[in-house]
Design a protein around this ligand. Structure first.
Ligand SMILES: [Zn+2]
Ligand SMILES: [Zn+2]
Ligand SMILES: [Zn+2]
Length: 340
C-alpha cells in the first residue's frame, strides 16, 4: 500500500499512514543497539554505498565549501555534510494528490519528501559537542534544503537524538520532511500570530522575547538569538530558541545570524548534555509555510528533551503534566553553559 495522509474525522489533524515504512526492519523488534559501530554505520564515511545518492553534498574547497551531488552510479567521498533521501520515507515524491472519500474519511496521497541530513563525517559530532564551523555548515544545509523543497506547502526540519527519542541510528543527523499541507501546530501558531497582530498590532513572539529576557526562565542570548524555557513548558527542560529580530523564515538569516544561531545551539545543547548526561531529545523548527503571505509569523526552534513518558492522560486529553518547573530547568541550563 502506498503512503497516505489521513485527516481526523472532525479535527484539523493529519496523520501520515506510512505503509511503505512498515517494511523497515528495525521498527518494532530486533532493533540494533544504539551504538552502531562505525564499520557498520551507513552514515559513516566509506559506507556511502549503503545509502541512496546524495541530493546535496558540501565538499571542502579553498578554505570554503563547494556544493555537489552524487550521481546514481557514483558516491562522492570527502564530504563535510551529506543530505540523502530517506531509505524508508514516510512521504515520497510523486505527483498526484487527491482529496477524496466522504465527509468523514478525508485523505491525500502520501506525497512530499523525506530526507536525512548527515551532519558530519564524525559519527559523534552533535550540536552539544561539535565544532562551531561544522554546526554552521549544518545550519547552511538546513537553509539549502528548505529552499530546495519550497514547492511543498510546508518543510519540517527536525532532529531526534537518542534511541528513546526515535533515532534509529546514532550518527549525528537531522531529518527534513516536506508535506503537501500545513501541519496543525503550524497553522494554529500562525492563526494565533494573525489574531494577536489584529488585536495588538504586534508580533506575540517579539513580545515574548522582551518579557522572557528578564524572567527566571531566561537561559542564554547573543546579539541575534535568545533561548529560554517557555512559561508553559510541556516537557521537563524544554527550551526555545528565537531570532531577536522579527523573521518569518529561516531563509532570512544573514551571515551573522547563522553564526549566532550555531553558537546558541552549541551553548544550549552543551549545557543540556552536561546537566542531564546527554539525554535523548527531539527538536523541530517552526517556520512560516512556504506559500502565501505569512510575514506575521516569527520562526523559532522548539527543543523537547525526552525525560518523561506520555501516557493515558496526555494522549487522551492533549494536556500535559510537567514535573520540572521551567524556572528550575532554566536555572540549571543557565548555570551549566559551556565556555567556548
Ligand atoms: Zn556513523
Ligand atoms: Zn516577531
Ligand atoms: Zn512553535
Amino acid at each position: 500500500m502506498p503512503n497516505e495522509i489521513r485527516k481526523d474525522y472532525i479535527l484539523d489533524r493529519w496523520v501520515i499512514i506510512a505503509s511503505e515504512r512498515a517494511k523497515r526492519p528495525t521498527d518494532y523488534s530486533g532493533r540494533p543497539s544504539e551504538r552502531t559501530e562505525a564499520k557498520t554505520c551507513p552514515f559513516c564515511p566509506g559506507n556511502e554505498r549503503k545509502t541512496p545518492p546524495a541530493v546535496l553534498l558540501y565538499l571542502p574547497s579553498d578554505g570554503g565549501i563547494k556544493r555537489a551531488k552524487d550521481s546514481d552510479g557514483e558516491r562522492v567521498k570527502n564530504w563535510l555534510v551529506r543530505c540523502i533521501p530517506n531509505l524508508y520515507p514516510a512521504l515520497s515524491p510523486r505527483n498526484s494528490i487527491s482529496l477524496v472519500e466522504d465527509d468523514l474519511h478525508r485523505r491525500s496521497d502520501g506525497v512530499g519528501a523525506h530526507e536525512v541530513l548527515i551532519e558530519s563525517p564524525n559519527h559523534d559530532e552533535h550540536p552539544s559537542n561539535g565544532r562551531l564551523e561544522q554546526i554552521e555548515l549544518v545550519v547552511q544545509a538546513y537553509l539549502d534544503r528548505l529552499k530546495g523543497l519550497s514547492k511543498w506547502e510546508y518543510v519540517s526540519i527536525f532532529r531526534n537524538h537518542g534511541k528513546e527519542a526515535g533515532a534509529s541510528l546514532s550518527h549525528a543527523h537531522s531529518q527534513i520532511m516536506a508535506t503537501p499541507m500545513v501541519p496543525e501546530r503550524i497553522s494554529d501558531e500562525l492563526a494565533a500570530c494573525r489574531s494577536w497582530l489584529e488585536k495588538k498590532d504586534a508580533c506575540p513572539y517579539c513580545e515574548i522575547i522582551e518579557a522572557e529576557r528578564s524572567s527566571p526562565r531566561f537561559i542564554f542570548e547573543n546579539e541575534s538569538f535568545i533561548a529560554f524555557a517557555p512559561w508553559a513548558s510541556v516537557y521537563p527542560f524544554e527550551f526555545w530558541l528565537l531570532p531577536k529580530k522579527h523573521q518569518h523564515t529561516l531563509l532570512q538569516l544573514d551571515e551573522r545570524g547563522k553564526r549566532d544561531f550555531s553558537r546558541a545551539l552549541r551553548m544550549c545543547f552543551g549545557s543540556l548534555a552536561t546537566i542531564l548526561n546527554d539525554p535523548p531529545y527531539s527538536y523541530g523548527f517552526h517556520i512560516a509555510p512556504t506559500r502565501g503571505q505569512h510575514e506575521c509569523f516569527h520562526w523559532h526552534l522548539e527543543v523537547y528533551p525526552k525525560l518523561s513518558i506520555q501516557a493515558g492522560f496526555e494522549n487522551s486529553t492533549g494536556m500535559f503534566i510537567n514535573v520540572t518547573p521551567p524556572e528550575v530547568a532554566a536555572q540549571s541550563l543557565r548555570e551549566s553553559l559551556p565556555r567556548i
